[in-house]
Design a protein around this ligand. Structure first.
Ligand code: NAP
Ligand code: GDD
Length: 368
């Protein structure tokens, strides 16, 4: 009897260990975007099987994940790309049924605030109902106890802010079709967590940037244009509202927070931010300093312009087309809850982020 017991115990330990050692499976919507690509890098390093959803496009849209792409004929693969679209319930449901992921990160979105005023219906369909499609598929396929869900929420939901700084309890007041859509996604995530006990978390992430940032967001646009000006490839950068204040962090720090949220004992919502705020104009100045360009600002508001000291060359000017029908004037986050419960804190500050963005931009322009 002692011997049988002994063998059973060993078997149990081995069985448990193999189960614990089983590689986790993650599904990332929006894997071809800034955050999706960093998250895929991170999860692959953590030995996950990573499945990413890419949408059909007439031009190549996988440049941010090309470095981890593995051909179908390669032996041991850990990264898989699937066609799908967050506005197409059938593709969403089929992928979830086939992959049965341990963790889903819903990062797919029409993520440009200004563009959301031009395509409000599509933005609502992708950014609001997209989250519902995933949650409903988790429920429909009976995966409530298996699949954890992360929703990519945003500080844009605070919009016309009700308090400074903003935390998890600050009421929402969105100021764009994008912000409104994300508020729906936030509450439907809370609703499915409470109604069906799905492990579902909202990350309320403040602006985060990197060299992989899309070219029409203000930080990347500024870095790209000023680097080109430094190299003599462009004359002037045109911007909109220079006075808007943002709390800018680095995307690598923020995808780590997403993962952390899904590793907690209990699902909850978290603000992720640096707690430091800069205007768009200050961001321009930081980039100019990094590039060692001596400058002087003249005029105010729509008449503001930035000149190279000594030469009078105008390098920054205002174009009113870049102003929005409504603006979010100020965003500043309070991440005390994330610091305490997730033990999360950013590694980058604004200076180290600008330094990295400028270095990578110059490098890529020189290699073009
Ligand atoms: P991003 O670079 O614009 O990436 C968005 C991703 O969603 C891309 O892969 C895009 O595909 C994909 N996508 C768009 N529409 C889709 C659709 N209908 N079906 C499937 N995929 C679709 O955005 P990001 O900066 O990585 O942000 C990731 C998420 O976090 C977004 O939901 C964004 O709203 C949210 N967020 C971002 C920030 C920030 O500061 N970056 C802050 C808070 C929240 P293509 O590559 O084909 O365009
Ligand atoms: N894009 C852009 N282009 N913005 C400009 C420009 C310009 O030429 N000039 C001034 N801005 C101002 C915008 O009016 C805004 O106040 C600020 O710069 C930041 O704009 P974006 O970089 O486009 O980011 P966003 O804050 O509107 O939205 C980003 O952050 C959100 C989180 O707060 C996006 O990544 C959203 O997806 C994200 O949810």
């Amino acid at each position: 009897l002692f011997f049988i017991n002994y063998i059973c115990n060993i078997y149990n330990i081995l069985y448990k260990n193999t189960n614990n050692m089983r590689k986790k499976i993650a599904l990332i919507t929006g894997v071809t975007g800034q955050d999706g690509s960093y998250l895929a890098d991170y999860l692959i390093k953590k030995k996950y099987f990573v499945h990413g959803v890419k949408r059909r496009s007439s031009s190549l849209n996988t440049s941010r994940v090309d470095h981890i792409y593995q051909d179908r004929f390669e032996g041991k693969r850990n990264f898989f790309l699937h066609y799908g679209d967050i506005t197409d319930a059938i593709s969403v449901s089929t992928l979830i049924r086939k992959i049965k992921p341990d963790e889903i990160y819903n990062l797919a979105a029409q993520s440009h605030v200004s563009v959301s005023f031009e395509v409000p219906e599509y933005t609502g369909n992708a950014d609001a109902i997209g989250a519902l499609r995933i949650l409903e598929a988790i429920k429909f396929h009976g995966l409530e106890n298996k699949t954890k869900f992360y929703q990519a929420g945003t500080s844009e939901m605070f919009g016309k802010v009700k308090e400074i700084p903003q935390n998890e309890k600050t009421p929402f007041y969105p100021r764009s079709p994008y912000g409104v859509a994300k508020v729906y996604a936030h509450w439907i995530t809370v609703n499915y967590r409470e109604a069906y006990n799905i492990f579902a978390c909202n990350g309320i992430l403040f602006n985060h940037e990197s060299s992989r940032r899309g070219g029409t967001f203000v930080t990347k646009k500024i870095v790209n244009a000023l680097c080109k000006i430094k190299l003599g490839l462009q004359k002037t950068l045109y911007l909109g509202n220079l006075e808007a204040k943002r709390d800018w962090g680095h995307a690598k720090d923020y995808v780590f927070a997403m993962w952390k949220m899904l590793q907690q004992k209990k699902a909850s919502d978290f603000v992720i931010s640096t707690g430091k705020q800069f205007t768009v104009k200050q961001f321009v100045n930081l980039v100019l300093d990094e590039l060692k360009i001596k400058y002087i600002w003249k005029g105010r508001g729509i008449n503001s312009k930035c000149l190279i000291k000594g030469t009078g060359n105008k390098i920054v000017s205002i174009d009113k087309n870049y102003f929005r029908p409504l603006e979010v004037d100020t965003l500043l986050g309070n991440s005390t809850k994330a610091k305490k419960e997730l033990r999360w804190k950013p590694k980058y500050n604004i200076k180290s982020m600008v330094r990295e963005m400028v270095a990578e931009e110059i490098n890529s322009l020189k290699n073009d």
